[in-house]
Ligand binder design. Structure first.
Ligand SMILES: [Fe+2]
Length: 392
């Protein structure tokens, strides 16, 4: 496979080093892999070659020793397939199949300890084949294990249980009518209700397995809960255990970046933006900030997922423009704040400041970036208003 992949230099963060060499559209090499890209270097490349450059998938030789045996991944996919077949045929999951799943997860977790970058590469490869359900369970398992490991917030045992919960996440959907699962159009309300049963159905399949850890059960049962009680069970998000939240981010990231019968995959950049825009809607800020800062550079090949001069919203209800990237935190760029939205009796009003306020989110402990504005019409309207107010 030798895919030519477009890269917009405006999304590169100074200080990053790419695992690929960069080329022009005609194949002229611009820069070697692993070169630290300073702002000056990025500007030089932009001046000479324009904003768009390319890299090739075939260049993605990870230079470290290969430490993750591919047969472990194949074993994981085959095991996922046999678990699904067993539940389809017997309506149950046997103790021996569950133990086998535990072994698979143990292999994954101990492999990942040695090299996360290699694991991410395998994960990307896995997307190109195998049925969605098998592939998705392995992907979400691996991604969750890496995420949990990189945050340092879990013990080894907890990571194993969390990964097993992620691996078995959607097995309940095997009990849902196939024609609903394979439908390519919109779901009606009865179909939506049927789909929402899958966490409970999955939990029911595994709950009586002797010795099953509560983290596995919690992860499976609560992986569709959202903030403001908006999840499948309408539970208060704040008091839920941490493991389903971790796995839920990985579940959504993988689903968005995988090809489905009803839609094409979206790019890692778009998926990361989607996650940012789900802050305070679905996920809490800390969880998304951790995912983006720990995994973003590997998933997105060290590109940033927003560019200078893009508009964003802050948790304070303020509107701002991104001026520069954060040095230590992807979600803490330097911004210029223009106005604040105020809600009065269901009416939204905008209060413009006398002059734009420069804020370094890294140093401001009240303001957080919670949305990147993507809607074209909104962007045009904001620009027009700022010009009218003489603020651009
Ligand atoms: Fe699910």
């Amino acid at each position: 496979m030798n895919n030519k992949i477009k890269l917009n230099l405006n999304y590169l963060r100074p200080g990053c080093n790419l695992i690929y060499p960069l080329y022009t559209e005609d194949g002229e090499k611009i820069i070697d892999d692993r070169v630290i890209l300073t702002q000056r270097k990025i500007d030089e490349i932009k001046k000479k070659y324009g904003d768009i450059v390319y890299y090739h998938d075939s260049d993605a030789e990870i230079k470290n020793e290969l430490t993750i045996p591919r047969e472990h991944i194949t074993k994981a996919v085959n095991n996922s397939r046999s678990i699904i077949e067993e539940i389809r045929n017997t309506d149950k999951l046997s103790k021996s199949a569950y133990r086998e799943a535990e072994n698979v997860v143990e292999d994954i977790v101990s492999d990942l300890n040695s090299n996360e970058l290699e694991a991410i590469k395998l994960l990307k490869e896995l997307k190109s084949h195998e049925d969605y359900l098998y592939q998705h369970s392995v992907n979400v398992g691996m991604l969750s294990a890496i995420f949990a490991m990189m945050t340092g917030a879990f013990t080894k045992e907890e990571i194993k249980h969390l990964t097993l919960g992620a691996y078995l996440l959607d097995i309940g959907s095997i009990k849902i009518e196939k024609k609903i699962l394979q439908k390519s159009g919109r779901f009606n309300s009865a179909e939506k209700l049927a789909i929402k049963q899958h966490p409970q159905l999955g939990y029911d399949i595994v709950k009586s397995i002797p010795g099953i850890d509560k983290i596995v059960l919690q992860t499976m049962l609560f992986h569709h809960e959202k903030m403001y009680n908006r999840g499948y069970f309408h539970l208060p998000y704040e008091i839920l255990p941490i493991s389903p939240k971790f796995v839920s981010v990985c579940d959504i990231y993988d689903a968005l970046t995988t090809k489905r019968p009803f839609r094409d995959p979206i790019s890692p950049t778009k998926a990361l933006r989607f996650l940012v825009n789900s802050i305070n809607e679905h996920f809490d800020y800390k969880l998304i900030s951790d995912f983006i800062n720990k995994l973003g550079p590997m998933l997105n090949n060290t590109q940033s997922f927003f560019a200078r001069n893009e508009y964003c919203e802050l948790n304070t209800g303020e509107l701002a423009v991104i001026m520069d990237f954060g040095m230590y935190d992807f979600l803490k760029p330097k911004v210029m704040v223009f106005c604040k939205f105020k809600k009065k009796k269901n009416k939204l009003t905008v209060q413009f400041y006398d002059r734009p306020i420069e804020v370094n989110l890294q140093e401001d402990n009240k303001r957080l970036l919670t949305k990147i504005i993507d809607n074209r019409q909104h962007i045009i309207a904001i620009k027009a208003k700022l010009i009218e107010k003489d603020m651009l």
